[in-house]
Ligand binder design. Structure first.
Ligand code: SDX
Length: 431
């Protein structure tokens, strides 16, 4: 009886074989450890897009795409959405356990006392064109944090890594709000440490010199919940980017800045901005059918933004929660947004259409979130910035996990070379 923990591979063309161990985790499919494959057989594996490839072990987040399951450190996203707060979830992602009251109080104090950015960083924004995209400003400003902290930071020191995590989680809202206020020509606002995390962010975003901001508990609760839902998501493109950059020994600010730029793409976090622009382009429920036809047309690059997912082949559990939130938050805010009707009609039509059903294309986290952000008064170009604020907690948790894992190596994939065979240089006169 062959060992069930071994996969035997035979290359009949060379008669070379390899015995590859299976690696299993707490949940999910076992993985074939191919570390010795090239030495044993002279072959690489080929998996562009990494659809069948696990890049690391991780204890932070688990996704079951077929069942639509999402766990942060083992806790179902539905339970965290119902009972937790974003800052508590950030603590959980970083530390692996829900905080005891004293632990949370200490974490909240640390975050609240690292919210300010260096005064000279404010000058940074003056260099941007007035209509610079806030994601461009956010990526640049976060990368520039390296210039402020590079000298006193060792990626090998756990205390330095923890401090970097606190600084990033604390400063992202301050920098994000600065990006927005610069784009609308308002003076920047200092963080108010007496406010809770999301209230502090909303205050920095919307408080104007001429009158005090009326805090809105419905808006704060909705944004806190959206931050919980966007906090982490296993080895997605931006998290994998943070890990790859982190594997070189780059400082955490540079690593997170790389994650921000990866998130910006419309196939990833940039989809929430693209969804709203698409809903506005569709305009009314009557135009939904033609949008569905375009999305199915292989000759048309048009895709239904906010639909489909590499892992979820069932409903994205976050989309379910956000869809329910949409109705509740818009009703509580007294907002009637016709785009919600367009979104609902689009979802209904797609989920009945064979093209989407056969490909298991469901609404993902980005499909409804923009409708809520819009109701909160957040401009469309800031939607992916919201995503980045939340995902910073996941990114930095993965960056720390990677540095805490003994034997971590620099990420360096190979390739299938399809270029020219070896050839001699041709002098100019003979070309
Ligand atoms: C996020 O990875 C994560 O966890 C990401 C994320 C996170 O929290 O970090 O969940 C956040 O990025 C969510 C995804 C946001 N992106 C979008 O909503 C953009 C629209 N979606 C697609 O571009 C696409 O679905 C992806 C990028 C999300 C997934 O791409 P895949 O896995 O490479 O799927 P694919 O392109 O191979 O599509 C499979 C088939 C293709 O058709 P066929 O070639 O088989 O005929 O489905 C089609 C695609 O053309 N398809 C779509 C579609 N998505 C896939 N057709 C129309 N509209 C779509 N949205």
């Amino acid at each position: 009886m062959s060992d069930p923990k071994i996969v035997k591979l035979l290359d009949e063309s060379s008669n070379r074989s390899s015995e590859l161990p299976l690696v299993s985790g707490t949940l999910g499919p076992a993985c074939i450890d191919i570390g010795t494959l090239y030495k044993d057989t002279g072959h690489f594996t080929y998996d562009p897009g990494f659809g069948s490839t696990a890049s690391t072990k991780s204890a932070i987040t688990y996704i079951d795409g077929d069942k639509g399951v999402l766990l942060y450190r083992g806790y179902p996203i539905e339970q965290l959405a119902e009972n937790s707060s974003f800052l508590e979830v950030a603590y959980l992602l970083l530390n692996g356990e829900l905080p005891k009251p004293a632990e949370f109080a200490s974490f909240e104090h640390d975050v609240s006392h690292h919210t300010m950015m260096h005064e000279s960083l404010k000058n940074f924004f003056q260099g941007f064109h007035h209509d610079a995209h806030p994601m461009a400003m956010l990526a640049a400003a976060v990368a520039s944090l390296s210039a402020f902290y590079h000298d006193d930071l060792s990626v090998d020191d756990p205390a330095d890594r923890k401090l970097a995590a606190i600084r990033l989680i604390a400063k992202m809202p301050t920098i994000a709000a600065a990006c927005y206020r610069y784009s609308v020509g308002w003076p920047l606002r200092y963080p108010r440490n007496n406010l809770e995390y999301v209230d502090r962010f909303l205050h920095m975003m919307f408080e104007v010199p001429s009158e005090p901001l009326q805090m809105n508990p419905v808006a704060a609760k909705a944004l806190d919940l959206l931050f919980i839902l966007h906090a982490d998501h296993e080895q997605n493109a931006s998290t994998s980017t943070v890990r790859l950059v982190g594997s070189t020994g780059a400082n955490p600010y540079a690593s997170i800045a790389a994650g921000i730029t990866a998130l910006w793409g419309p196939a990833h976090g940039g989809a929430n901005e693209a969804v709203l622009k698409q809903l506005e382009e569709i305009g009314t429920p009557d135009n939904v059918e033609s949008a569905i036809l375009r999305a199915k047309d292989k000759n048309d690059s048009f895709r239904l933004m906010g639909f489909g997912h590499r892992v979820y082949k069932n409903f994205d559990p976050r989309a379910k929660i956000i869809r329910e939130m949409c109705h509740k938050v818009l009703a509580e805010l007294g907002v009637n947004d016709p785009l919600l009707d367009v979104a609902m009609k689009l979802e209904e039509a797609a989920l009945k259409d064979d093209y989407f059903v056969e490909r298991k294309l469901y609404p993902n986290v980005d499909f409804y979130s923009g409708i809520i952000y819009k109701a909160l008064g957040i401009p469309t170009e800031m939607f992916t910035v919201m995503f980045a604020i939340a995902r910073t907690s996941g990114w930095i948790a993965h960056w720390i996990e990677q540095h805490e894992t003994p034997g971590s190596r620099i990420g360096r994939p190979r390739q299938v070379y399809t270029g020219a065979d070896v050839r001699d240089y041709v002098p100019t006169a003979r070309r």
